[in-house]
Design a binder for this molecule. Structure first.
Ligand SMILES: C[S@@+](CC[C@H](N)C(=O)[O-])C[C@H]1O[C@@H](n2cnc3c(N)ncnc32)[C@H](O)[C@@H]1O
Length: 277
């Protein structure tokens, strides 16, 4: 089938999408030439700074998998994955299911095609017990997400739950806005709830490289990309206890890892951490 034939209704394949670029980094097939061209530029830029976008994406998925495993083993059964992305291997519900029975997951994304895709995958046997749902929602309005009747009907938010925001906050370039969003999410976390977060780290990137990266993403619906420094990313966990190794390069994060200062952060690309209320 010609590629143009498989463009779902409502999608403009000529406008690169953050979700499809990420799918391309991960070796997926749900992307179009415009996504691949933008992603290739990003890969090239990353390589010139010593951080391969493909490796970073894979490291980020590894972090997701390890963090969800740790939480599931600790008994967490409820997950809200904001900016979930196109389904790939080892999505949250698949990892959680391997380690705890009866976990309930909500996938949230602002890209309607991601939600459609997730729902198609969840139809049928893979989700026969209805433990997983996907809803459209914007990170900028966490109250709308956590107050959505489909979400409150699926999860008991009075009980412990984990919110995941992986590789998504760097699409909110304004520092004050990003901080306020995460503070509002943290405000919803009662004792025993968790925040799992990963974020593009400025490391030793030059201003020019950062500008170029943002320029590449300015052509997507996200409109830009903003790495943050260690203090900026650490502040997202204010009032939470950072577990395991703390905030470290995503590919290095393990539940029993060495303390954060054992890692070389320069040029590391994406940092991840798990915080507990
Ligand atoms: C780089 S992907 C990350 C996917 C997944 N969280 C992971 O880390 O593997 C970013 C995802 O965030 C979504 N996204 C971007 N801005 C968003 C927003 N304001 N609200 C919700 N989702 C958003 C994109 O559509 C995309 O699917």
């Amino acid at each position: 089938m010609a590629e143009a034939d498989r463009v779902p209704a409502g999608i403009d394949p000529n406008v690169p999408s953050v979700a499809r670029m990420y799918d391309y980094y991960l070796g997926g097939r749900d992307n179009f030439p415009a996504d691949r061209a933008a992603a290739e530029k990003m890969i090239e830029l990353g390589l010139s700074m010593g951080a391969d976008a493909r490796q970073l994406a894979l490291g980020n998925r590894l972090f997701l998998s390890r963090a969800v495993r740790m939480l599931a083993e600790a008994g967490v059964r409820q997950f809200v994955d904001i900016g979930a992305g196109l389904p790939t291997q080892d999505n949250v519900h698949q990892v959680a299911r391997r380690h705890i029975a009866g976990s309930r997951v909500v996938y949230v994304d602002s890209d309607p095609s991601v939600v459609t895709h997730a729902r198609a995958l969840l139809d049928g046997d893979a989700n026969a017990d209805g433990e997983v749902i996907a809803v459209e929602g914007d990170l900028r309005d966490p109250e709308a997400i956590l107050g959505d009747p489909r979400v409150t009907g699926h999860l008991d938010l009075a009980q412990p739950f984990a919110v995941l925001m992986l590789a998504v906050l760097h699409f909110i370039p304004d520092d004050a806005e990003a901080a306020a969003i995460v503070a509002r999410v943290r405000g919803r976390l009662g004792p025993g709830s968790f925040l799992v977060l990963s974020h593009l780290y400025t490391g030793d990137a030059t201003e020019e490289a950062s500008r170029e990266g943002s320029q590449i993403y300015s052509g997507t619906a996200a409109g830009g990309l903003a790495g943050r420094d260690l203090a900026g990313i650490t502040a997202f966990f204010d009032g939470l206890e950072l577990l395991g190794p703390g905030l470290v390069p995503v590919g290095d994060w393990t539940a029993g890892g060495l303390p954060g200062d054992a890692y070389d952060l320069v040029g590391s690309g994406i940092l991840g951490g798990v915080g507990r209320r």
